[in-house]
Design a binder for this molecule. Structure first.
Ligand SMILES: Cc1ncc(C[n+]2csc(CCOP(=O)(O)OP(=O)(O)O)c2C)c(N)n1
Ligand SMILES: [Mg+2]
Length: 439
């Protein structure tokens, strides 16, 4: 009872604080400087700059879990049935088919490139298994002109924006068609045309950069927003916290999209944080937040759509925590059987998968059947295999690209290195596979 009344008190004082804060905000906007009348009242009230609450006269610490966990918003149950018709986004059939085609094509591309790394054809790969719903639901809710900052496990966002298979494959092979000219690790995609900023390996660096970009968009009054993806592990980096605070104080049109997939390599969420996940941090920064079922593509879509609408209309940040599960290993350098059970992985793969949930929905609607599934599986595999074979056949980028694009004018020390490489190859070139590089 004591706990309940403490909770009620906390909630009541939070409500009062909100009312007071809006009154103060209004006052502040009218006159930024506080005048003498603010300080002459006989009433005892807190005058601390930055305080928005009342004094209390009994000792009480704030409990970190005043409510029993932020709820998880969903639209469909695991069988693909709409739970509450008023939440049905009523997406037209053609677009739902695009959702499904993208989610399954991503899955097929993952299988082929994962195998390709296992056979020693590419150096590295990261799959997106189980997280397809978070990618497609959020990508579909944004405009193409909105800027995407990704972490590395968001290939579905780029695919939904119609980034061609040929360029995915060329990037992973680092061939001459790769827009990065073979200078990045596989899966570090980037595309100007798709407004998708190139992936960086160091965790969380994209988060403050994304806030900067959102601030620039706000200053341009461009009717554009930024969406910034990151994992629950990356959310522990200092950069994440700095970014959240800047976005709130600078009032930036950004959506922070956290994919909470249960693990950061081998670190489970139980060792990653103590509070109620990532969504619970939002209010601490003054950011409007929500937690969604990331395996429900419609829930992700609804939350992102509304967050995007308000972020642009009101110039303020939003935080979405999408609960999902990383079914694959962290990367090809990881073996997850060392730290989690097969039963756990199987549960998500067989019983709570975003692709099967959407397929159930499409079957109920009469928009899909076994025959169409068979035809599409065959066709999509063929598309992936063709792009894969073409990428493997293509030449590597010209060697000179090792030295270009960092400086607009090549500095002397770099020129010296280039000359010495060319001299070396003149003498010993026969020992290198020079024929596989573009001239
Ligand atoms: C600053 C930094 N520290 C450590 C790493 C090594 N590292 C790469 S991915 C990763 C785990 C990230 O987990 P999470 O953010 O949850 O994303 P997920 O892989 O689950 O999608 C770590 C520790 C890194 N790339 N950068
Ligand atoms: Mg993670």
């Amino acid at each position: 009872n004591k706990a309940i009344s403490a909770d009620a008190r906390t909630m009541r004082s939070a409500r009062d604080a909100r009312t007071m804060r809006s009154a103060r905000d209004a006052k502040r906007k009218g006159s930024p400087l506080r005048s003498l009348s603010d300080f002459t009242s006989l009433e005892e009230k807190p005058q601390f700059p930055g305080a928005s609450a009342e004094f209390v006269d009994s000792l009480e610490f704030i409990q970190p879990n005043v409510i029993s966990g932020i709820p998880i918003y969903r639209v469909m149950d695991r069988q693909g049935q709409i739970l509450n018709p008023s939440e049905d986004p009523n997406i037209p059939k053609e677009q739902v088919l695009k959702f499904y085609h993208t989610m399954t094509l991503l899955n097929t591309m993952d299988r082929i490139l994962y195998e390709s790394q296992r056979q020693g054809r590419i150096s590295f790969y990261m799959t997106n298994y189980g997280e397809e719903g978070t990618h497609v639901g959020s990508a579909a809710a944004m405009n193409h002109t909105d800027i995407v900052f990704g972490q590395y496990r968001e290939a579905g966002v780029l695919m939904y924006r119609d980034y061609p298979l040929k360029l995915f494959m060329s990037q992973c092979y680092g061939n001459a068609n790769d827009t990065g000219k073979g200078r990045q690790m596989p899966v570090h995609y980037g595309s100007k045309e798709q407004n998708f900023v190139t992936i960086s390996s160091p965790l969380a660096t994209q988060i403050p950069q994304a806030v900067g970009a959102a601030y620039a968009l706000k200053r341009e009054n461009a009717d554009r927003a930024v969406i910034c993806y990151f994992g629950e592990g990356a959310a522990s980096e200092g950069d994440a916290h700095a970014a959240f605070n800047f976005s709130a104080t600078l009032e930036c049109p950004i959506i922070f999209f956290c994919r909470n997939n249960g693990y950061a390599i081998s670190t489970p969420t139980s060792e990653q944080y103590r509070g109620d996940g990532i969504a619970a941090r939002g209010p601490g920064y003054g950011i409007i937040s929500i937690r969604v079922d990331g395996n429900d593509v419609f829930a992700v879509y609804n939350a992102t759509k509304e967050a995007r609408r308000r972020a642009v209309a009101e110039n303020q940040p939003f935080l979405i925590e999408a609960m999902t599960y990383r079914i694959g290993h962290h990367s090809t350098s990881d073996d997850s059987s060392a730290y989690r059970s097969v039963d756990e992985v199987n549960y998500w793969d067989k019983q709570d998968h975003p692709i099967s949930r959407l397929r159930h929905y499409m079957l109920h609607r009469g928009w899909w059947d076994e025959e169409q599934e068979k035809i599409w599986r065959k066709k999509s595999r063929k598309m992936v295999m063709e792009a894969f074979e073409e990428a493997e056949r293509a030449s590597k980028p010209s060697l000179e690209h090792m030295f270009t694009d960092v400086y607009s004018e090549m500095p002397p020390q770099l020129r010296k290195q280039q000359e010495s490489l060319m001299k070396h190859l003149k003498v010993y070139g026969e020992h290198y596979p020079l024929d596989s590089f573009e001239k």
